[in-house]
Design a protein around this ligand. Structure first.
Ligand code: NAG
Length: 285
């Protein structure tokens, strides 16, 4: 296996391109690159007509579509570009006349992970519409994902202490990229309400370490699971803990029940003693 010189190269960028055209059905292409590389997100007009005077809109399909690159009526128009793409995007000027509107992303990192859309609004001229309809107006989606090649650490659970009548648990895991999610679950798989959002920080190698606390109360099983996952690449690691009964603080209910039983026992004993005394006194008479 190849060893990569830079720490950033621990993350691989994997490019999945799924192009669906109404006329030709669908096709899928997969391109692999590593972080730090310049990556090309492919998109081209079919049949290949010149895109030199057209509008091509590249967006990243995040929560709000981020404007990655805009080629408007024949010129680059990046005033509204999302800040993290400043100076990072370009199209191939010499290729536009061949209908090649691929986007070059310089020095990709794990934070570039996501789905990208190449969109060419149908041009107005009727002749052009006929020529390119069915292909051009279809957005092309490229999905850029990122996985770690090095070891992702198995989540580690520790018991931190007690709070009220519950036990505070901590889960930690490192070496992740892209950014993972961390959840606490009970033994039936229900997501527990954690003590706060996950705390994440990036180490020197651009990987994420994540930590999250939860306060749990006693259950039938006392089993709890910490799950770390990267949804977009379907990657998941889990660790389970069994918290022994005696770690939980003795609950107030237990205390009250215990005291009541003790009190009842005293009363019963006293009553017996009374009866006995009375009986013995009786027999003496
Ligand atoms: C578009 O142009 C780039 C740069 O020359 C090239 O790498 C890529 O293969 C071209 N795409 C197509 C579909 O021709």
């Amino acid at each position: 296996m190849k060893t990569f010189p830079t720490a950033a190269a621990w993350c691989f960028g994997i490019l999945f391109i799924s192009v669906s055209l109404t006329t030709t059905g669908s096709s899928e292409v997969q391109v692999v690159g590593s972080a730090g590389d310049d990556i090309i997100l492919p998109c081209s007009l079919k049949p290949s007509v010149s895109a030199e005077d057209m509008t091509v809109q590249w967006t990243r399909l995040n929560l709000k579509a981020e404007k990655v690159h805009l080629y408007l009526d024949g010129r680059v128009s990046n005033e509204d570009q999302f800040p993290s793409y400043k100076g990072k995007t370009s199209m191939f000027n010499e290729e536009l006349k061949n209908g090649n509107v691929s986007l070059k992303l310089n020095r990709v990192t794990c934070s570039d992970v996501g789905s990208y859309r190449c969109f060419i609004p149908t041009p107005r001229q009727e002749t052009t519409v006929q020529l390119i309809v069915g292909a051009v107006s279809q957005p092309v989606i490229s999905v850029l994902s990122c996985i770690c090649v090095g070891a992702v650490s198995q989540p580690v659970i520790s018991i931190v202490g007690t709070k009220d009548w519950g036990v505070v648990l901590k889960c930690e895991s490192g070496g992740w990229c892209p950014e993972p999610e961390m959840e606490w679950l009970d033994s039936s798989g229900t997501i527990l309400h954690a003590d706060g959002p996950p705390e994440k920080h990036r180490d020197s190698e651009d990987r994420y370490a994540v930590r999250r606390h939860v306060t749990v109360n006693q259950t039938d099983t006392n089993r709890f699971t910490c799950r770390v996952q990267q949804q977009e690449i379907n990657h998941l690691k889990e660790t389970e803990i069994h918290v022994p009964d005696d770690v939980f603080p003795k609950s107030q209910v237990g205390l009250i029940v215990g005291l009541s039983i003790a009190a009842a026992a005293v009363v019963v004993l006293a009553a017996f003693a009374g009866v006995y005394k009375w009986r013995t006194a009786d027999s003496v008479l």
